[in-house]
Design a protein around this ligand. Structure first.
Ligand code: ADP
Length: 482
């Protein structure tokens, strides 16, 4: 059974029960108040008779009905119920008294009974007449209840017919209302089905109604679709990135492998090549081999940086890290001046080894692209709750169009393609490693004027920001012989 049918049935059953209860209560209340009114009227007539008209049971001057209606009937009986006198409007008929009623009257009680008199329904009030010797007779007063019964029957018919009509109308209206309220849900279901079939996650449900339950459902559904669309795009991009990664890696490996194969073919030649050529070929093989090892190592580092789970972050003191980097920088054989300057006591939230790897990549590049008379600088400063570490050089710089691409893997600026021996993976690795530490990396450069790479990381909360004191600011400058 559909929700629409269930709602309609539920609603109709509740309405039917409510109408039934309402009708029964109304009918019973009306019947009760009509009967009470009749009983009170008969009791009042009886009292008037007793007070004004009864001298003895043998002689009663029957009163006119006070209501002006001639449908009030009077009768006097002896104590055994034998009729002694009655009003003329009863004609040949007596007011009946049941055996049970007679017994109650003989016990001193007044009673009301409904009885048929000449095929008319009457309410009869019978009351004992007492003397010192006990009950000597019975007085009865009656009125037709046909009008009241007719009115109650009409009320009953009106309630049944009106109730049924209301029920039919309300059920029809409920069916239409349920249909209208559920239409947006139906629309949602159809859209969801279409999206599932077409896998088109940029579709949205159109809903222009109020923000009620259905409105909120439509909003939530659209929100879920947006999240699904972004996740789907993310997965598609990741797959695309993986595909291009494999394509780029294979492309880069092809050249050294082809060179190796050519060199080995030279060594296999018969008759053998001259000893000097053989030496040169072997040296080439070693060089290519080393390049391939570097490439594979870089690829592994990049894959690990991009796909490995997050690194563990700790509080890293830049004082000791920079001192260590200064020592290692000498191993990079710079030919220019190297300057280190930073405010002491700076601490960042990072992974020490990972951050060191990033800074060594940047310094390696800076030394590579800065001529002998130039300068490379490593410095750090605090900016609010962040710390910015800069590697600045006065080298060849990068032109405007290339700066936007240098963090892409395998991207090399044309002039660097030959001669530097790099594969364009260093900055891609640095970016992935910085992002693993919840930081960002940016490059600013001008061709011919040098470059600045800025790594921004969260400062450690325990770090107490010190006001700038010249003695806290360490500057060490190294000049290396060419
Ligand atoms: P590689 O590993 O080949 O050095 P990177 O990803 O580190 O590649 O660098 C990409 C390109 O960015 C390099 O080919 C170089 O042209 C340019 N580049 C990087 N750092 C600098 C720098 N400090 N000065 C000038 N050019 C740079």
């Amino acid at each position: 059974m559909s929700i629409r049918s269930r709602l309609t049935v539920f609603y109709s059953v509740i309405l039917c029960v409510s109408l039934g209860v309402f009708g029964v209560v109304l009918y019973l209340t009306m019947a009760h108040s009509t009967r009470t009114f009749m009983e009170n009227t008969l009791a009042a007539e009886m009292q008037r008779l007793n007070e004004n008209h009864v001298q003895s049971l043998a002689y009663i001057q029957w009163p006119n009905p006070t209501t002006g209606m001639d449908n009030t009937y009077w009768q006097a009986c002896d104590s055994k119920g034998n009729v002694m006198g009655r009003t003329d409007n009863l004609k040949d008929h007596n007011l009946p008294l049941s055996d049970d009623g007679l017994r109650q009257i003989q016990n001193g009680q007044a009673i009301y009974e409904v009885a048929q008199v000449d095929s008319a329904s009457m309410l009869v009030y019978s009351q004992p007449v007492n003397s010192e010797n006990g009950i000597i007779g019975i007085l009865q007063v009656a009125r037709s209840v046909a009008e009241q019964e007719q009115a109650l029957a009409t009320l009953q018919t009106a309630l049944v017919v009106g109730g049924m009509l209301t029920l039919i109308l309300a059920t029809g209206g409920g069916w239409l209302m349920a249909g209208m309220s559920l239409r947006p849900i139906d629309h949602l279901t159809r859209t969801a089905q279409q999206i599932g079939n077409e896998r088109n996650f940029d579709r949205r449900v159109k809903y222009h109604g109020p923000q009620d339950e259905v409105g909120r459902l439509a909003t939530t559904f659209n929100g879920m679709l947006a999240a699904l669309e972004s996740a789907y795009q993310h997965v598609t991009q990741a797959l695309e990135a993986q595909r291009s990664f494999i394509a780029d890696a294979s492309h880069e490996l092809r050249t050294p492998l082809a060179t190796l194969r050519g060199n080995i073919a030279l060594l296999q030649r018969e008759p053998p090549i001259a000893p000097d050529d053989r030496k040169a070929v072997l040296s080439d093989i070693v060089d290519e081999n080393e390049r391939m090892i570097r490439l594979v190592n870089d690829l592994m580092t990049l894959a690990r940086a991009e796909y490995a789970p997050d690194v563990k972050l700790e509080s890293v003191s830049l004082d000791s890290l920079f001192a260590e980097i200064e020592r290692q920088a000498r191993g990079l054989h710079p030919s220019c001046t190297f300057r280190v300057g930073y405010l002491t006591n700076l601490q960042v939230k990072a992974n020490r080894d990972t951050l060191k790897q990033v800074l060594l990549i940047l310094l390696d590049n800076a030394f590579k692209f800065t001529p002998a008379h130039g300068q490379v600088e490593l410095c750090a400063e605090q900016c609010g709750n962040h710390v910015q570490i800069r590697v600045r050089d006065t080298g060849v710089g990068i032109n405007h169009e290339n700066v936007a691409h240098i963090f892409q893997r395998f991207y090399r600026v044309e002039q660097a393609r030959n001669g530097t021996g790099g594969y364009g993976l260093g900055l891609a690795i640095a970016k992935a490693l910085v992002e693993k530490q919840q930081g960002t990396i940016q490059a600013e450069s001008r061709s011919g004027f040098g470059s600045t790479f800025t790594v921004t990381l969260y400062g450690d909360e325990t770090m107490t920001p010190t006001a700038y004191q010249p003695q806290d600011h360490l500057v060490r400058t190294y000049s290396y012989a060419k």
